[in-house]
Design a protein around this ligand. Sequence first.
Ligand code: SAM
Length: 218
Amino acid sequence: MVTPQEVKSSITIEEIIIRGNRRMTIHDLNLLDQHARAIEAKTLVEIGSMDGCSSMVLGQVARDNHGELWCYEPRPKGRWFQNIKDLDLTANVFMRQAASPWIPQKWLPDKPVDFVLIDGDHRTTRAITDYVFWARFVRPGGKIAFHDIDGGKGVAAFVRRAVSLCVTDDNLKNEQGPDYEIREIARTPEARDRGTIIYEKVADSSQWFPSYACGECE
Ligand SMILES: C[S@@+](CC[C@H](N)C(=O)[O-])C[C@H]1O[C@@H](n2cnc3c(N)ncnc32)[C@H](O)[C@@H]1O
């Protein structure tokens, strides 16, 4: 278990939270940092960036691993661009102004993805759509995180429903699958709101579409 101070950062995690308008808690950011670093993630994707709280943490992972963080956000804030510039992350973090999953082919990562954070449109069908669209790009052993898993009302209830449906469906063993075989590997301590849950894509056995569609694959 990492403590807040263990997040590898050129500024304090508290400062990231303030700069990012408190969209994530210290527990969320620790978990994302720890799990992205554990697999030496080089190709990372973020759905929903707003002011850049998670972008700053995942962007530093990308920078330290000489990789890239691709951020998809239809309404990026000026503060996001300022934060990425101030943390000297512009060589490793890229904004693509688009609503997932309606993303032009040329803006999709051209390598298998190591780590995806889903934190965009939180409605159940939209979170499911993000998962279904992005999971195929994730390499076996890669990770998929959902934010806003905690809370009794509001978006968390929608996200939990989405996660439950996705996990159940993808681990089904019927004539359609299993597609991915994903398993929960971590989540933040139970909280009143926010909260992050992380899945590992253990295997990819879909017969219906390529493991991951990217420039390096057939
Ligand atoms: C909760 S905020 C994200 C917070 C961010 N991850 C952070 O740490 O600061 C959700 C964001 O998702 C964006 N969003 C909504 N629909 C989206 C979509 N279809 N694709 C990508 N982002 C979307 C919203 O504009 C909003 O900025």
